[in-house]
Ligand binder design. Structure first.
Ligand SMILES: CC(=O)SCCNC(=O)CCNC(=O)[C@H](O)C(C)(C)COP(=O)(O)OP(=O)(O)OC[C@H]1O[C@@H](n2cnc3c(N)ncnc32)[C@H](O)[C@@H]1OP(=O)(O)O
Ligand SMILES: O=C([O-])CC(=O)C(=O)O
Length: 380
């Protein structure tokens, strides 16, 4: 007899570890890191500071932050051998495929890659946080047939990334807006990609294997890939006057709307509120873009019709319009998610492996029993 009644499909609500990093209250739309609300991190902090706070589990002193910032800068450049691989990648691939391969290859070039001590994992984390920016920008340049741009040491992590991506130094406002987007995406509890990183780490595998696994998990449209899928949806809608009919038709047909719904949030994802405010700020300053107007209409209809079911905009709903206003192409939205989430992945792996236990859930067997092996020649 098999008992399928107790299966937690999708591991929903299953508790498998403790964490001191991130807390989420899904019914009220609350998110905190180290007990501090995400809105405060976004308003008062920086990606560099949040990354260090996550790695160390506490707010850094000014001296610790200055050292971390200097370490990140010192690690911005990647080996030429990796840039050669990026330049030789086939054109037209998705940048998430390229990122997955590049991070795996970077592991081959790191003599300390197999160091799974806590100090080793932390040192690799600093390199990875710094180098994800250089790698993603290099992929973009190579795929566009443009020269790869070397990092600058006088810019923030966010500002330097935009510079390496576009070749132009961003304005202070652009760099700060992008920094806020990175802060908002840096960590989010036991989401699918962090869980994947931890599952790999739980076998005592190395950081590059953990991060390569996590990139693969983030890529899918039910997770990090949704920000690009939202943009596909906006392009499909076309003009704001089409938005109402488009979304009503989708909901009537019980089709999924990208960028809404969440496993944990049954109310507004607080990150989507911060991003909406920035998207609105840009819209008011520079005139409402089609994208922003379409999202406004979709949000209203989804909340009216699906709010009672707990379906609200998630972080991926507005992020793409913000990136698009910064001149970034939609294929790079999910790599940008990875650029931010690398901090949460690394911090979570370090936290979990301090008291490691192999992750190995179970399944209820519902297949045949008492069968005999039939030789190939006797099979129908
Ligand atoms: C950074 C992130 O990863 S945030 C999430 C990004 N992903 C997306 O935006 C993709 C769109 N959203 C989804 O696919 C889902 O909401 C998920 C995968 C994120 C979470 O889904 P789950 O927790 O597994 O919820 P589940 O799929 O069981 O849905 C529950 C109900 O809500 C409905 N629902 C959930 N999401 C949506 C949606 N996006 N559009 C329409 N209906 C939805 C389901 O159809 C289901 O309805 P039913 O009870 O009538 O069958
Ligand atoms: O927590 C989740 O399941 C998905 C999410 O919002 C994130 O990873 O940022």
């Amino acid at each position: 007899m098999t008992d399928t009644a107790n299966i937690a499909k999708g591991l929903e609500g299953v508790l498998f570890t403790e964490t001191k990093l991130t807390f989420i209250n899904g019914s009220e739309g609350i998110l905190t890191h180290l007990g501090i609300p995400i809105q405060e991190w976004a308003e008062k902090s920086s990606f560099e500071e949040l990354s260090l706070a996550l790695l160390d589990g506490e707010l850094p002193t000014a001296e610790e932050l200055a050292k971390f910032d200097a370490d990140l800068k010192a690690n911005r450049a990647v080996p030429q051998a990796l840039l050669d691989v990026i330049a030789a990648m086939p054109r037209g691939i998705h940048p998430m495929q390229a990122l997955r391969t590049a991070v795996s290859y970077l592991g081959l070039l790191d003599a300390q890659a197999e160091d799974t001590s806590e100090e080793g994992r932390r040192a690799i984390s600093i390199r990875l946080i710094a180098q994800f920016a250089t790698i993603i920008a290099a992929i973009n340049r190579a795929q566009e047939g443009q020269e790869i741009i070397a990092p600058r040491m006088d810019l923030t992590h966010a500002g330097n990334f935009l510079y390496m991506l576009t070749g132009k130094e961003p304005t202070g406002e652009q760099a700060r807006l992008f920094d806020i987007a990175l802060v908002l995406h840096a960590d989010h509890g036991m989401n699918a990609s962090t869980f994947t990183a931890i599952a790999t780490a739980s076998t005592l595998s190395d950081m590059y294997s953990c991060m390569t696994s996590a990139i693969g998990a983030l890529k899918g449209p039910l997770h990090g890939g949704a920000n690009e899928a939202v943009m596909d949806m906006l392009d499909e809608v076309g003009t704001p006057d089409q938005a109402g009919a488009y979304i009503t038709r989708k909901l009537d047909n019980k089709e999924k709307i990208m960028g809404v719904g969440h496993r944990v949030y049954k109310y507004f994802d607080p990150r989507s509120r911060v991003l909406r405010d920035y998207a609105e700020h840009v819209a008011n300053k520079e005139g409402k873009s089609n994208y922003y107007q379409i999202l406004e209409t979709i949000e209203k209809i989804v909340v009216d019709r699906m709010g009672a079911k707990g379906i609200y905009p998630n972080v991926d709903f507005y992020s793409g319009t913000v990136y698009s206003d910064l001149g970034i192409k939609k294929a790079y939205f999910t790599p940008i998610f990875a650029l931010a989430r690398i901090s949460g992945w690394c911090a979570s792996v370090i936290e979990y492996t301090r008291d490691n236990r192999l992750l190995r859930p179970d399944a209820v067997y519902t297949g045949k029993v008492d069968q005999q092996y039939v030789p190939l020649k006797d099979r129908a």
